[in-house]
Design a protein around this ligand. Structure first.
Ligand code: GLY
Length: 444
């Protein structure tokens, strides 16, 4: 039996563990938290901070592991792939240079800029206070301020949302300059609907996966503070109802051009490339790249995946992917989070999951940032459990998912509108209104 090292303890890694286990692999887990789902599937569970990349590499080598899958961005950005490969362990995930695509927002914007890749937006890199005040005061229109490096999904603030005025923006910019030595970037604010396009990438392969839409805001109707993602859906045809085919093609091209540009510059990217896009009246614009699967987006992808996931992992590493096929199902995933998540989450609160839910095929549940103690499951400050439903239509998938969420109890919160008809109609109407108001836009 092959042993595989799995780094990360969220729902993303739980679903990976489940699919790898189905392919007969013995999982050795490495995660900071004790994820009950992964614990059940793994032959060995090492509770360790995922940023201790040297220790993880040592332990994998001692365990005789010859292949590893890395879920979260932090160990990738810290160079876990390079360390493991030096020890002869093959890795599904980019090396340190490749992971720069998420590790530095400045690197990504510059990559697109110098290679004349479409989808870039107006931006400026700022490293000192004088420039910060000058650029913020004179910037035309609204903007977003983003720390350059990793901040665990936090740190992005938008004028008109989290920033009430330019004065506030300058104060925030100063705060960032104190906190992060890499500085920050200021970007034009773009309007539309966000969507996720992920691709499997190796030297000779670039395989786009079905489109998914995550919901970053805490509350129904896309209101409230930003979160790590409250839930996501995908459609049975792999597209989204507000993305025309030509814009999907554009987004694929932006990502492929970026990978090709990196290759020309000496970086052979391998693993998953996550493109976070805004569908605008101008078509898709790139908001960010991530160097790993999205969470929750991976849950939509692996729930509808027909091909054995391990064959994809192996094929990516060996640079010879045969096929990637999907079942024609829609999927809806909702996160259950501690009450107060996004501001003041209720930590260490017990969660109970009805027994019947744990053994169901549809819906399925995946544990995220929870801890197990004496057989009980407890919240942390982050997302708790992902519930996914699937079916021949989004209505069926949504209903299945909602049924599952109803079987989880505690001091918890979950959005109720993800994948619902009214929510999809609102998104379609939003894009239609933007396009109407835009007079210079032409399509091929
Ligand atoms: N769903 C957002 C992310 O994975 O970054």
């Amino acid at each position: 039996m092959n042993k595989i090292g799995l780094v990360g303890g969220g729902a993303r890694e739980h679903i990976m563990a489940e699919t790898l286990r189905k392919s007969g692999l013995d999982i050795v887990a490495f995660a900071h938290n004790l994820n009950p789902g992964i614990k059940k599937l793994a032959i060995k569970y090492n509770q360790i901070d995922e940023s201790k990349v040297s220790d993880i590499a040592e332990e994998m080598s001692r365990e005789g592991i010859d292949m590893a899958v890395v879920g979260p961005e932090k160990p990738l950005v810290l160079g876990i792939t390079d360390l493991l490969e030096k020890k002869g362990i093959r890795v599904f995930g980019p090396d340190k240079k490749g992971a720069m695509i998420e590790g530095s927002k400045y690197f990504t914007r510059e990559l697109l800029n110098r290679n004349h890749i479409e989808g870039n937006i107006k931006y400026q890199f700022i490293k000192d206070r004088d420039n910060a005040s000058r650029v913020i005061e004179s910037w035309e229109g609204d903007f977003a301020i983003k720390p350059v490096g990793l901040t665990g999904g936090k740190g992005v603030k938008v004028l008109g949302e989290q920033l009430g005025s330019r004065r506030e923006a300058v104060d925030y910019a100063f705060e960032l300059l104190e906190q992060y030595k890499e500085g920050f970037i200021i970007e034009e604010r773009v309007y539309g609907e966000e969507f996720t396009l992920q691709a499997i990438v190796s030297k000779n392969n670039f395989i786009p996966l079905p489109l998914v839409q995550d919901h970053k805001k805490l509350l129904d109707g896309d209101n409230g503070p930003n979160t790590g993602g409250m839930g996501s859906y995908s459609m049975e045809d792999g597209n989204l109802p507000f993305i025309p085919e030509y814009d999907k093609i554009k987004a694929v091209k932006i990502m492929k051009d970026s990978i090709d540009a990196m290759r020309r510059e000496g970086v052979n990217y391998k693993g998953i490339l996550y493109g976070g896009f805004m569908e605008t009246a101008d078509g898709p614009l790139l908001l960010e790249y991530n160097c790993r699967f999205g969470d929750p987006e991976i849950i939509n992808i692996l729930t509808s995946l027909k091909t054995d996931f391990y064959s994809i992992v192996k094929g990516t590493i060996e640079n010879n992917i045969d096929t990637v096929a999907f079942n024609p199902v829609a999927t809806v995933c909702r996160y259950v989070v501690p009450r107060g998540y996004g501001t003041r989450p209720v930590e260490n609160a017990e969660i109970t999951v009805e027994d019947s839910l744990s053994s169901m095929d549809n819906p399925r549940i995946y544990y995220a940032s929870v801890n197990m103690d004496n057989g009980g499951i407890y919240t942390t400050s982050s997302r708790s459990i992902a519930v996914v439903g699937y079916g021949s239509s989004i209505a069926v998938a949504e209903e299945k998912c909602g049924y599952g969420v109803g079987k989880i109890h505690g001091n918890l919160h979950s959005r109720t509108d993800i994948g619902k008809k009214e929510s999809l109609e609102r998104k379609i109407a939003n894009i239609a209104a933007l396009r109407k108001g835009y007079t210079h836009h032409t399509h091929p």
